[in-house]
Ligand binder design. Sequence first.
Ligand code: FES
Length: 140
Amino acid sequence: MSLFIRGVRTQRALMHRMYSSSKSSDPASSTEVKTIPKNLLEGSQTSHLQPENGAIFDKKPFKIHLEANKTYSWCLCGKSKSQPICDGMHKNEFLKIKLRPVRFQVEKTGDYWLCNCKQTKHRPFCDGTHKQPDIQAAVR
Ligand code: FES
């Protein structure tokens, strides 16, 4: 295998990894690596395609137990008081929020790391974007 192909494969593998299912409060400190889960509703709805990100709520993801094939709504606007799940705050007309929550389902019942910085490219799952210095500096 050429070095170029091996390098591309390694780069792709790294892009699709996330830290998950560890006992740590931040998967970035874990040595266990898993792939980013898939939202089973991605093909049937468009809320995950909204071009803008919400307000940074936290600089680390939130571990939550989810049930297979149950529909959840992940807060994208960053204003929910029930993070990381939507509580309907985006409907408050005084806040003038245009973002909608991302409805999602998971394939298997278990623990998942949901993005709480609201900047992930794999909504609603943490993809490690929160480790960027500007996000770490945004929340104290
Ligand atoms: S919390 Fe990890 S990408 Fe948002």
